[in-house]
Design a protein. Sequence first.
Length: 313
Amino acid sequence: MTSPPLRRRPRRHAKRPAAMLNDVAGSPREEPLAPDGTAPSRLADLLPRLLSSAALMAATLVSVWLGGEVFAIIWLIGAFAVSYEWQTLIGAARPLARIIVAALALVLAAKFASKGGPLTACAVIVLAGFLAALAAGSSRRIWAFAGIVYAGALIISVNVLYSSATFGTRSIVWLFATVWGTDVFAYFGGRLIGGAKIWPQVSPSKTWSGTLIGIFAGALLGAAVGAGGLGKPLLALPIFALSLVAAIISQGGDVFESYVKRRFGVKDSSLLIPGHGGFMDRLDGFVAASTFAALFGAIRGLPSLAAGLFQWF
């Protein structure tokens, strides 16, 4: 009796590159091996992040504490780094010309904003944006213009808020508490709880659980810092509501920056900060929240923009 012929198992075709990319996007990213062939520890990745974060936090806190030229210089460095990263990653023509235009505009805008001329500062940024757009070429003009406005929004907002003699320091520290609290609690909340992702195609690690925890925690910290020492406990209620909106907007700024990076195919805005990527990666939420705070303060029409955040009754 003859046995039936063996049938060959069908060969599996190799995945196409697009399918492989989809698999990678939907699964945890494998850590590269160390030179000795072993997987690196989480501590090795966490340590430079912690050190970089501590250095950045120290610099910003020192800027608020000392004020004056120190404040102006530290925030100019941050805004210039953001502008440099944006103008570099969009891959447009004449990068050096655009970076120089941005640097000059940021210096002038900071000067005008700190001396009570926010509208003049905005005009300088818009003019520089048009010049950068002309230099960038037809395919990247909008992006070059947007980069100037993005960095300009940071330098103008922090200067107009800080220039208030009564509430300037409080406004910046309130932003620190709200944005940093949101980021930290969103990170650890997402790691501990996990769950559904908000927009995995743009921000693969951002979960609903972490984001909601971060927003609520950031609002609580913002209310505590914003209302603390004012002698009116009920002020915590409107400041909590304001902090809640600022926390939501800061998370929106984080998603927006992730979209920009995805649009141009980069993971980090630069490698300027060890373990952290670039300044855009670290200041995205703060740029959005500080811009919102300055606009909100302007709408209220009180003696200073910062007063519009804390004077309610």
